[in-house]
Design a protein around this ligand. Structure first.
Ligand SMILES: NC(=O)c1ccc[n+]([C@@H]2O[C@H](COP(=O)([O-])OP(=O)(O)OC[C@H]3O[C@@H](n4cnc5c(N)ncnc54)[C@H](O)[C@@H]3O)[C@@H](O)[C@H]2O)c1
Length: 426
């Protein structure tokens, strides 16, 4: 019997799941319905399914979510809608008796996380959060090294994540730029990073202090740098043609069909200027975290960098591990993008306390998110195998990964440290 899935939220990320179901996992899985507020985006998803040999499926307006569940009776609900709505669909699906797979972040604040935790306890249904970065071979290797004790007990972590002027800028063009929708980058994006630290160290956050600002994007900052011309959105704007931060929705057929053509039934503008003045998230963030294990982390996230990737260092009782991962080496604004990703690199170096440093071999993984995406898909839709790294993430992992960012948001607002135990009860 094939496993039957419904999917709520049929935007850009949704394809990752329904494409895999329609192709690699077609023998074991099938999509049985889509739900979204945009009929245009659901029609796009159906055209794509058909192009991959899967039959088109019934579509349900977001106001018909329960009706969809009643009529299709799936095995799982996959949630790939905007972050602000995740908790709502997770809870409504569990209350009606279904197991759920959700994209990150599990949700965006502690009240919503508490509601999910309570609902899970009440209903006993499972919730899986799809942390693809755990499955990237280099990230799994770091966990393996630390667990094997090569650097002993980890006392501190220094973690810097860089988002570039293309991917980083994208969070400032659309719904993510309102904290109300995404929880800001400390939740929306850093949920991946804080989950990795929890996973690498096998611990959970205890106390968080943070500072953050909007220093680069936004109108005020652009004015300070002498930008002369402003516009609301790129489509139809002469000024946008000279803005390396603008996205042209007509340049890609997928972007056009998913977003430009769907404006009529969703009101979703995908190509806003990153230099307009209604942005409520930060682009420059620093966080200090104390973990239950005793480790201390200094973390920084900046969203306007020339390259994309991360540096992370672990200092332990027997030595130090240094990791550098370049996901995209540079952005060639206005020029050919063919070369941009070519200088990707990953290095893990172990520095024993009294020995010569050595580099660690990393398996090369194909696919998105450092090779994590296909391994995650296999773990969800493929034949289950025992995972020695225990990478499948539960609602507890989902909650612990957002709580660092939620606490950081509260700390930025109050100027005070925040204790995780004051945010949710398990
Ligand atoms: N793990 C990853 O690497 C990764 C990558 C990209 C996106 N994501 C996650 O996937 C989710 C979707 O992101 P995206 O990039 O596809 O965004 P998107 O804007 O392309 O798509 C969001 C979709 O949600 C729909 N939607 C909005 N409000 C809704 C509602 N009330 N009910 C139902 N549907 C609603 C929109 O119409 C749209 O189709 C986000 O939670 C994001 O964090 C994860």
């Amino acid at each position: 019997m094939k496993k039957r899935y419904v999917q709520v939220g049929t935007g850009g990320r949704a394809r990752f799941y329904y494409d895999a179901i329609a192709t690699t996992y077609k023998e074991t899985s099938e999509i049985v319905a889509f739900c979204d507020l945009s009929q245009t985006r659901m029609d796009y998803a159906n055209r794509r399914l058909v192009s991959k040999g899967h039959p088109a499926v019934p579509t349900y307006h977001y106001t018909q979510f329960e009706q969809m569940l009643d009529e299709t009776k799936p095995d799982y609900v996959i949630v790939t809608s905007v972050d602000r709505t995740h908790h709502d669909y997770i809870i409504r699906a569990m209350e009606k008796g279904y197991d759920v797979i959700t994209e990150k972040p599990m949700t965006i604040d502690n009240e919503k996380a508490q509601a999910i935790i309570d609902c899970q306890k009440r209903t006993g249904h499972s919730l899986r959060v799809t942390f693809n970065y755990r499955y990237a071979p280099h990230n799994t290797k770091v966990q393996e090294l630390i667990a094997s004790g090569v650097i002993g007990d980890v006392y501190s972590v220094h973690f810097e994540w860089l988002l570039n002027t293309k991917h980083g800028a994208d969070y400032f063009r659309r719904w993510h730029r309102n904290k109300y929708n995404s929880g800001g980058l400390l939740v929306h994006k850093a949920t991946h990073h804080f989950d990795l630290v929890n996973f690498w160290l096998g611990t959970q956050p205890k106390t968080v202090f943070a500072l953050g600002d909007l220093n680069f994007y936004g109108m005020k900052n652009a004015e300070k740098r002498g930008v002369e011309h402003f516009y609301a959105r790129a489509y139809g704007s002469e000024y946008a043609k000279n803005d390396p931060f603008a996205i042209d929705l007509t340049k890609s057929q997928d972007l056009k069909e998913l977003y430009l053509d769907a404006e009529k039934d969703s009101g979703y503008i995908r190509d806003r200027s990153v230099f307009s003045d209604d942005i409520s998230i930060e682009d420059t963030m620093g966080v200090i975290v104390k973990y239950n294990s005793g480790a201390i982390m200094t973390y920084s996230l900046n969203a306007y960098q020339p390259w994309e990737g991360f540096n992370v260092v672990f200092n332990g009782s027997k030595g130090r591990i240094e990791v550098k991962v370049v996901e995209n080496s540079y952005v060639n604004a206005g020029g050919s993008q063919d070369d941009e990703g070519k200088a990707k690199s990953k290095t893990i170096t172990v520095h024993p306390m009294f020995g010569a440093p050595y580099t660690v071999d990393i398996e090369e993984g194909e696919g998105g998110h450092g090779g994590g995406d296909p391994v995650l898909l296999n773990d969800i839709f493929g034949t289950p195998v025992d995972d020695p790294f225990h990478r499948a993430a539960s609602h507890v992992d989902g909650a612990m990964s957002i709580l660092t960012g939620v606490a950081a948001n509260k700390s930025i607002a109050s100027g005070l440290p925040v204790h995780i135990k004051d945010l949710v009860e398990f």
